[in-house]
Ligand binder design. Structure first.
Ligand SMILES: *Cc1c(COP(=O)(O)O)cnc(C)c1O
Length: 389
């Protein structure tokens, strides 16, 4: 299906609502029926009926159709956060006694789900260095049911070879699931590569305006129906129709935003790589990246995130660099219009907590939609100030 058709027309039955170009926000919890037979028919097929908004809502459903088509999945569900999407997808594939093989250092709340919650229900897990397919295979036990991937991860960007992982999962009868938030379906298509379930934090690029938190689960119809009747309806972590309409609006410009972010980040990564104050950069489409060939093979572009190590002999130097930046906001998350900086030094010296194992030299930048020259001016000025002491 054409990207332009998906983003501008798919799921938008305009004749049903006065031919309005922009979709209506069906802000209703409840839907009434003309007669008993129609009601009975809807109950018999709730996954495809509009009865109650914890199940289906027309505005939310429109977004599901677009996201499924973007991921080339048969169907999709959208939920109240990326974390909810990950939790529902993982929970749908395990029961007491099962084992999950998960990439090392996944998103923090994926770790917490496996360690703090599923452990209580008798589901065990192993974290593996999944850059090496043999490490994954070695961790698989007779009770393993799920392979949980995240490629790249969102700080140091380690990759997994997705085709090899999909093949391995099939060989051992496992379901494979990937957190594809970093790439979006525009830059990486896991289902085409044989992965079963794709989850997203749509809070990042898919919405793209830093004003909605939501998640998505994409898979074949059988898996999606199972999750719909199970975790989705039961846990009830739905997305509101109003937020769905905002995301549909955000999606209209997804290719433009990603392209801008990605091109600017590529330029800024090159600028950083050559700067005398920079020790090293981490950017999957930069030749210095250890898995560069794999990144070129399975990711169409590398997006707006860049990590780098500053030449900082002490934490004060990192703090000086950070304080000299004027055009990057200090904030978590990414994928919006605005550029961000996340210094690892922020995770040192937290009152009452142990220092992060990550060195204070590490910075993560998210490059938003501003002029890259304007951002590089800011970085240059901060490097200068940091050098002067
Ligand atoms: C942000 C993020 C999540 C969590 O998404 P929320 O929408 O914040 O719940 C999950 N995975 C990755 C890779 C993320 O960056």
């Amino acid at each position: 299906m054409d990207l332009d058709y998906i983003l501008n027309h798919l799921g938008e039955d305009r004749e049903d609502y006065y031919n309005a170009v922009s979709p209506p926000i069906i802000q209703s919890s409840n839907f009434a029926f003309a007669n008993l037979d129609a009601f009975r028919e809807a109950i018999a097929n709730e996954a495809n009926a509009t009865i109650y908004t914890r199940g289906n809502n027309p505005t939310v459903r429109m977004l599901c159709k677009k996201i499924a088509a973007l991921e080339q999945a048969e169907d999709a569900l959208v939920v109240g956060s990326g974390s909810a999407a990950i939790s529902m997808a993982i929970m749908s594939q395990v029961k007491a006694g099962d084992h999950v093989v998960c990439v090392q250092k996944p998103y923090a709340w994926t770790t917490k789900l496996l360690e703090n919650i599923l452990g209580r229900f008798g589901v065990s897990h192993s974290f593996v260095d999944a850059r090496d397919i043999s490490e994954i295979e070695a961790a698989i036990t007779p009770s393993t049911t799920l392979l949980m991937l995240e490629s790249p991860n969102s700080l140091t960007f380690e990759l997994q070879d997705l085709e090899a992982c999909a093949e391995l999962a099939k060989k051992h009868g496992l379901v494979s699931c990937i957190d594809n938030s970093y790439c979006t379906p525009l830059y990486q298509k896991p289902i085409e590569m044989g992965i079963d379930i794709v989850v997203h934090s749509g809070t990042k690029y898919l919405n793209g305006h830093s004003d909605v938190v939501f998640g998505a689960i994409c898979a074949n119809r059988e898996i999606i129906e199972k999750i719909f009747h199970g975790e989705y309806m039961t846990l009830g972590g739905i997305m509101s129709p109003h937020d769905a309409a905002l995301v549909i609006r955000g999606l209209r410009t997804l290719p433009l935003r990603l392209d801008r972010s990605s091109r600017s980040a590529e330029r800024i990564a090159n600028f950083l790589a050559e700067h005398p104050m920079v020790e090293s950069i981490i950017y999957p489409h930069h030749p210095s990246f250890p898995q560069y060939d794999l990144a070129r093979k399975q990711m169409q572009a590398a997006g707006g995130l860049i990590s780098f190590h500053l030449k900082a002999p002490d934490i004060e130097t990192s703090e000086r660099f950070f304080h000299a930046l004027e055009r990057f906001l200090l904030a978590v998350s990414w994928g919006g219009h605005e550029s961000l900086v996340m210094p690892t030094a922020a995770f040192h010296k937290i009152p009452g907590q142990e220092d992060s194992p990550l060195p204070w030299t590490l910075f993560r930048l998210y490059i938003g939609l501003e002029d890259p020259d304007w951002l590089m001016e800011d970085l240059s000025r901060a490097f200068e100030k940091c050098k002067q002491g």
